[in-house]
Design a protein around this ligand. Structure first.
Ligand SMILES: *Cc1c(COP(=O)(O)O)cnc(C)c1O
Length: 402
């Protein structure tokens, strides 16, 4: 019996919304990667030189990390079989937590399945209805979503603006202040030397999401705090991800004993989920050791960044002020960012076009990222291709590029 009219079917209207996204140049498509994450790979069956992964140190496909994963599967099997609080918390997870605590110089570290889940868990465990949570305007979506989930009152300060933060703190302060350490789409750094004393003086937690700083910045890759010569204290929460600089998968929170015990009791994205495979923890133990030991990977990144910035400056490209492996080129409109990325792709070079809502309106961009495994020749090929982009040509707003 046909009772529902077409207007009332739940999927009616989806096509229209998708068409609107395409018309706004915001439609996103996935590509199929054949083979491991590395600069030279095959995407959709075509050879491609990529400058868009977050595998900054080139550890995602490192033989020692692969072997650790294989041995881990032999020792531990594949699935963890349960949440950490039931019986899924293996000796492998535990050892990795101890190594991450030692690496970050904090009393404890706690593994989460992903960085997204870590941020949801931290903020919703520490803040609730009636609390104030203040964040940098350009923070990662997972920090903003964590504040939404907590039902706290979320306020956002202008990007990297310590004075703006102080204004929002006002007399009553806040429960928690959150910032990316390295901003994921701009590549610049949070002004931690200014933010730390402000948070301490006003009695707020300072949560630093160092997804893009760990492994890359500071001594032995200790991240943005160390880069500034700072040591996080008990009022700081350091969140790090393992799927970027460390090349594996997952995330962790490092902090005080009481903070970590509180998250174990109260972070719902920790409690109500299956522990990640122990073999992945073994792989991360290997990659953490390599990341800490191989200073040449950070040195190589510095060379690539300097070479790129020098070349881009000579070409008059619209770079942004970033000292990290994240080097955006500001396009402005979605159509232009997409057109640039398409032209590069025709030359066999893959660079992501980042569009709203990932970045603010009017700041669509190419997000170029470097890995320690890029060669000088790779960098030259990128700069040659960028030199061909029609930087000044206006692109018609209604031009349909998708
Ligand atoms: C990638 C990222 C996350 C999410 O981490 P996943 O482990 O990928 O879920 C969180 N914060 C920032 C700043 C990120 O770049």
């Amino acid at each position: 019996m046909e009772t529902s009219s077409r207007e009332h079917r739940p999927d009616a209207g989806l096509r229209e919304q998708l068409d609107q996204l395409a018309a706004a140049h915001r439609y996103r498509r996935r590509r199929v990667l054949d083979g491991p994450q590395q600069p030279r790979s095959r995407l959709d069956g075509r050879p491609m030189l990529s400058f868009c992964s977050n595998d900054y140190l080139g550890l995602a496909n490192h033989p020692e990390v692969i072997r650790a994963l294989q041995r881990g599967a032999e020792d531990w099997g594949v699935g963890s079989g349960a949440a950490h609080l039931v019986n899924g918390h293996s000796r492998a997870h535990h050892a990795l937590e101890e190594e991450l605590a030692a690496f970050t110089g904090r009393p404890r570290a706690l593994l989460f399945s992903t960085g997204y889940m870590a941020n949801l868990g931290i903020i919703s465990a520490l803040a609730g209805r009636g609390d104030k949570v203040i964040q940098d305007r350009l923070n990662h979506a997972s920090l903003l979503d964590g504040a939404q989930l907590s039902r706290a009152n979320l306020r956002r300060y202008p990007h990297a603006d310590a004075a703006g933060l102080e204004r929002l703190l006002g007399d009553e302060g806040a429960r928690l202040v959150a910032t990316d350490g390295v901003f994921s789409m701009d590549g610049d750094l949070a002004p931690l030397p200014e933010l730390m004393p402000i948070a301490r003086r006003t009695g707020a937690w300072l949560l630093v999401d160092d997804a893009h700083g760990l492994g890359v910045l500071g001594r032995g890759g200790r991240g943005t705090f160390d880069h500034f010569g700072l040591t996080p204290d008990d009022d700081c929460i350091l969140m790090g991800t393992l799927g970027k600089g460390f090349g594996t998968f997952g995330a962790f929170v490092a902090g005080s004993e009481d903070l970590v015990e509180t998250l174990i009791q109260r972070a719902r994205s920790y409690v109500f989920t299956t522990a990640s495979p122990p073999a992945v923890a073994e792989a991360t133990r290997a990659s953490l050791a390599i990341a800490e030991r191989d200073d040449w990977r950070r040195e190589r990144l510095r060379e690539l960044i300097a070479g790129f910035r020098q070349g881009a400056e000579q070409l008059g490209l619209p770079t942004m002020d970033s000292p990290t492996p994240i080097q955006p080129l500001l396009a402005g409109t979605e159509a232009r960012a997409l057109a640039w990325s398409r032209m590069l792709e025709e030359r066999g070079i893959l660079v992501g076009a980042i569009r709203p809502p990932t970045v603010p309106e009017g700041t669509a961009r190419l997000r170029i990222t470097f890995s320690a495994t890029h060669s000088d020749e790779d960098l030259d090929r990128l700069l040659d291709a960028l030199a061909q982009l029609p930087m000044a040509d206006p692109i018609a707003k209604d031009e349909h590029l998708d």
